[in-house]
Structures are given as structure tokens and as C-alpha cells.
Design a protein around this ligand. Structure first.
Ligand SMILES: Nc1nc2c(c(=O)[nH]1)N[C@H]1C(S)=C(S)[C@@H](COP(=O)(O)O)O[C@H]1N2
Ligand SMILES: [Mo]
Length: 571
């Protein structure tokens, strides 16, 4: 199969100047709003130790996926000695300038010279922009530090180009402390669009999708629009990419299937020739509403509002049909692993898995989708094929699906093993053991108020003294929403919303429910002007949202399903 993939996988292995140059060219347009936002949402109470910072830097410089999550939100500051405490802006400006600044007091090195320093014995050098850095101590100080060898003797820019979350002020500052020279004969241009940059082939996006991070692209629509339509318009559907979007020629597309009696490869036409099945399913990111949880205490991860969810009609072939045809037998202990065409810098594809039981269950409605709301999938949403696992956390709905494996074990991907798991509020980054928690599959019940928006000036309906509130509710595992309760007096009185939902039996109810509630506003509230509205949904198992985030807080900020609370002004 010939897949046109963004081309860093070769670059990682390569050690040539050509590559240096290409890497360099991606550096000038860094510093997007996304990471600034992340920093704002993530004040850590105490700065880490120096060695901790080195550890993070080692991970980062190696482009290790595990590391980038750790690094993302560290807001610790490393001040160079003798420096007075500068303002945030000054620091930012300085840090951003460093890698494009020639430091005259330091020697110049050619790329070939840097290349020699590719192991601890010869010292480990890397370049970033115009800077040459000796990062040997990063590698020495931590067992995982050997990951830095991937960048040893070459540029770390491509890692940043892919995981731009690393491109934080504190890391820039830390790195500059290891600067030993300038890279000779390099021109820094802004050529992200240049062929060969992993980001040169990103699709156009709707202007209303507000990025939480630009590279990889992660964005949600304005929440105020979310409850306008039962089916979220495709181009406003949130996008959650961990890597650059792969370019796939539908003619060349092939899906490998391993498991059962035979191995098989399906073409796009082959998949389309199978019986077509449609399912309405909401897809929700495990990090949806993280920005509310992080207010209790900082968590690591993209700062999603309540818009990392959308509802669509998905159409394609049923996975159970495909697996049965292969002769796959039910086995409660097995898993189905999915791989995408998007590769990380170590050439590992995005991957995730689900229990085989879910995949084989006709009522599980797992499909190999090629249509979203009756249109071909867009590139951002997984063109030409993605797996839809209704009722299951977004992360398992693998896009750009290229491989399905029936296996004895779960996917060993980072995203299955070391991410998208819940923990106790008392678990911190020193005590966390990802192997001890189950991977999130079915999502818990949640809801959000879409209108009015926080801070909105809401007019009271004159005749009846009500305000109108609208939003969405959803629960995982096919559990239908049975009720949404609202209060504007901190739970003294509750008002049941009217639901708009599909008539699908419980257990197989995968779409979201939109709801509308009319809340009476008292004279006192009118006078005071401020009202806080709370929403909580109840699913068919009578599971209900927890009241507050304090008791469900977890270090990755997933499963953020406490009551949604919105303060508005009554006018
Ligand atoms: N191949 C691939 N599949 C993927 C991802 C990815 O980065 N690569 N992100 C996952 C996550 S975490 C989510 S929440 C959903 C988002 O789907 P969407 O972008 O279509 O909304 O896709 C999932 N599938
Ligand atoms: Mo996600």
C-alpha cells in the first residue's frame, strides 16, 4: 500500500544537513496561541526540582510521547544566574528569540561537526534553530534519557514541529542554559508550507474552530453553537489530532485485517461493497470539559471546553460482519487493536483497542465508517475510513484506519497504556502508575449548558419570568439520557428539561440528547442580577453526574463530568 505520509519518519533516522535545514525551516512560526493558553490554564503550585526539569527536557528533546504530556503544562521557570526577575513578556520575547539569535560570544559549528556528537562518549549535541546545545546531562540524569539519542547530533526542531506543546517558555529557557554555540550557514525561513514539512499537508479548517493547539490541530467549535443542531455540522465538529493528518489516496487505500482463520486486506471499494449500516453516535474526547477540572487544581492536557464532543450519523460496514466473515470467534479475553496511518516521530502509528466482545456485538454498532452525516469523511475526521466505536471514549475511534488486529492483549500504544486513564484525586505525577488503571472505554454520563454562555446578559421572559437554557447530555455504553435537571438556586429547586433525542432502545442509544429548560427567576435574583445555573444529567442506569470536580479530579483531567455550572447576568 502506498500512503503519502508526512515525511518525518525518514528524517528521524537521517542525520544529514539537508534534514537540518528542513527542520530549521519549521521553527519560525512556532508560538501559537494554543500553548499560551495551556500555560494560562496550568499554574502548578510548586516548581519542580532542577533534576525533574532535566528529566522533562530529556523526554521532550527525544520527542517521547510519554514525556510530552508531562512537559506540556509545567510552568516552572528557570532563571539564568544573575538575572533579575523579568516580566512575563520580556521572558517570552527573549526565549523566543534565542534559537534564532547568533550568540557572538560562542563558537560556530557546522552541521557535520554537530553530527559527530551523537552519543554520550562524544557528548550529545543537538541543534535548535541557530543554536547548538550540549545536552549530555539530560541523557545521563534519567533512565529514559536515552530517548534523546534520536535527536543526537541533529536537530530537535522536528520533534517540536510535531509536538508543539513542548515549545513552552520554560523549556526554551532551560535549553538555552545548555547552549554551546551557533550553527553555521543555516538560514531560518518560515517554510512550514514547504513540501516535506510534516505540516505542509494539513487540511483547511473552519474559521470557527478555535484551536487549543495548532500543531497537531486540536479545536472545538464555539459552545454556544453546539446545541443548535442535533447533527453537528461536519466542519464544526471538534478535531482532535495527535499527529499531522496523513494524506491518503483513496485508490491506494488498504485496510489490513489480522485475526481469525485468515488475514485479509480490504480496499475502500471492498468496504463500500459490504452491507451499509448507519448509526447515530456522539464522539466525545476523554478530555472534554478539562478546562473546568483544571480550575480546581492544574491538570496536564489540552484545555478543552465543553465542545470536544459532536453528534453525527456515521455510515459504513459493520466490524462484526467483517470479523465474523474472517471466522473470528467470540472470546471475552480478547481485544481488537486499531492502527491509524498517522505516525509519530518514532514511526509508531496512533493506536488503540477495544474488547473483542464490543466489536463482535451487533448491538455494539461498531462500524468502519466512510460517511459522516451522509458525506464522505473529511481528512480531519479520518478519510477514507475510521472506526466508530459508539458509546466509547473518542480515543478508541481510530481515524485513517489501516490495520485491525484481533489480539490477546490491548494495544500497546501510548494512548492505550499511558494516557486516557482515570486516577484518584490523590494520585500525583510522583505516584502515578499507568499500568494500574484500566483504559477508559465507555464514558460516564455528562451534560453541558450551551446557551446562555458564561457571563451572558440574559433577558427574562416578561410574561412568565423565565429564562431559557439549552444544552446537550450524553452517556457512554449506549445508555440513554433519561433526565436532565437544572437549578438556579444551588439545588434548592430543580427543573426538568425537555429532551430531544432519537427513539433508539436503551443499551444501544449512542447519540446525544439535546435539551431545553425554562427556569423561573425570582424577584430577588432579578434584583441581584447574578444567577448561577447548574445542569446534571441522569442516564438509564440512573447514574448521575457528580456535583463537583474536587472529588473526581485526576492528573490528566479526563472524565470531567461534574455538574456544569454557568454564571449569567439577569437583565
Ligand atoms: N489515527 C488517529 N485516530 C484518532 C486520533 C488520532 O490522533 N489519530 N485521535 C483520537 C481522539 S483522542 C479523539 S477524541 C477522536 C477525535 O475525533 P475527531 O477529530 O473526528 O473529532 O479521534 C481519535 N482517533
Ligand atoms: Mo480524545
Amino acid at each position: 500500500m502506498r500512503l503519502l505520509r508526512p515525511s518525518w519518519s525518514g528524517l528521524v533516522r537521517g542525520r544529514h544537513h539537508q534534514h537540518h535545514r528542513r527542520f530549521l525551516q519549521t521553527t519560525t512560526s512556532r508560538g501559537s496561541n494554543g500553548e499560551r493558553e495551556e500555560q494560562q490554564h496550568s499554574k502548578w503550585s510548586s516548581p519542580g526540582s532542577r533534576s525533574e526539569q532535566l528529566l522533562y527536557a530529556a523526554f521532550w528533546a527525544g520527542g517521547l510521547t510519554l514525556g510530552y504530556h508531562w512537559l506540556t503544562d509545567r510552568n516552572n521557570r528557570v532563571l539564568l544566574e544573575g538575572q533579575k526577575v523579568p516580566s512575563e513578556e520580556e521572558l517570552e520575547a527573549t526565549a523566543r528569540r534565542w534559537h534564532v539569535t547568533i550568540r557572538k560570544e560562542l563558537p560556530n559549528y557546522r552541521a557535520e561537526q554537530v553530527e559527530q556528537h551523537n552519543c554520550a562518549e562524544k557528548r550529545i549535541w543537538v541543534t535548535y534553530g541557530l543554536g547548538v546545545y550540549d545536552v549530555t546531562d539530560f541523557a545521563d540524569n534519567h533512565p529514559g534519557g536515552d530517548k534523546i539519542l534520536m535527536a543526537a547530533g541533529s536537530a530537535i526542531d522536528p520533534f517540536w514541529a510535531i509536538y508543539q506543546q513542548h515549545n513552552t517558555l520554560e523549556v526554551l529557557e532551560l535549553l538555552e542554559g545548555f547552549r554551546i554555540g551557533n550553527l553555521e550557514g543555516q538560514v531560518v525561513t518560515n517554510a512550514d508550507e514547504e513540501l516535506g514539512s510534516p505540516w505542509s499537508q494539513e487540511p483547511q479548517r473552519h474559521a470557527l474552530l478555535k484551536p487549543a493547539s495548532k500543531r497537531p490541530f486540536n479545536a472545538e467549535p464555539p459552545i454556544g453553537l453546539l446545541a443548535d443542531q442535533f447533527y453537528t455540522p461536519n466542519d464544526l465538529f471538534y478535531v482532535r489530532n495527535h499527529l499531522p493528518v496523513p494524506v491518503i489516496d483513496p485508490e491506494d487505500y488498504e485496510l489490513e485485517i489480522e485475526g481469525g482463520a485468515k488475514e485479509k486486506t480490504l480496499t475502500l471499494e471492498g468496504i463500500k461493497a459490504l452491507p451499509k449500516h448507519s448509526v447515530t453516535a456522539a464522539i466525545m474526547c476523554g478530555g472534554n470539559r478539562r478546562s473546568e477540572m483544571t480550575k480546581v487544581k492544574a491538570v496536564k492536557g489540552l484545555s478543552w471546553g465543553a465542545g470536544a464532543v459532536g453528534n453525527a450519523k456515521w455510515s459504513g460496514a459493520r466490524l462484526c460482519d467483517v470479523l465474523r466473515e474472517q471466522g473470528v470467534q467470540p472470546d471475552e479475553s480478547k481485544h481488537v487493536i486499531f492502527e491509524g496511518a498517522d505516525l509519530d516521530p518514532t514511526s509508531h502509528p496512533y493506536g488503540a483497542s477495544i474488547p473483542l466482545a464490543k466489536a463482535l456485538d451487533p448491538r455494539g454498532d461498531v462500524i468502519l465508517a466512510y460517511e459522516m452525516n451522509d458525506e464522505p469523511l473529511s481528512r480531519d475526521h479520518g478519510f477514507p475510513i475510521r472506526v466508530i466505536v459508539p458509546g466509547t471514549v473518542g480515543a478508541r475511534n481510530v481515524k485513517w484506519l489501516t490495520r485491525i488486529v484481533v489480539a490477546d492483549k490491548e494495544s500497546d500504544s501510548h494512548w492505550q497504556q499511558n494516557d486516557y486513564k482515570g486516577f484518584s484525586p490523590s494520585t500525583d505525577w510522583d505516584t502515578v502508575d499507568f499500568s494500574k488503571s484500566d483504559a477508559i472505554q465507555a464514558m460516564p454520563v455528562t451534560s453541558a449548558i450551551c446557551t446562555p454562555q458564561p457571563g451572558a446578559r440574559v433577558k427574562v421572559d416578561d410574561d412568565e419570568g423565565h429564562i431559557t437554557v439549552r444544552g446537550y447530555a450524553w452517556s457512554g455504553g449506549g445508555r440513554k439520557i433519561v433526565r436532565v435537571d437544572l437549578t438556579n438556586d444551588e439545588g434548592v429547586s430543580w427543573h426538568v428539561a425537555e429532551l430531544e433525542q432519537e427513539e433508539i432502545p436503551d443499551g444501544r442509544h449512542y447519540g446525544w440528547s439535546l435539551w431545553t429548560a425554562r427556569l423561573p427567576v425570582t424577584e430577588a435574583q432579578r434584583k441581584a442580577g447574578d444567577v448561577e445555573i447548574w445542569a446534571k444529567a441522569v442516564d438509564s442506569a440512573y447514574n448521575v453526574q457528580p456535583e463537583k470536580f474536587e472529588h473526581i479530579w485526576n492528573l490528566r483531567g479526563v472524565l470531567a463530568n461534574a455538574y456544569h455550572k454557568v454564571k449569567v447576568k439577569i437583565v
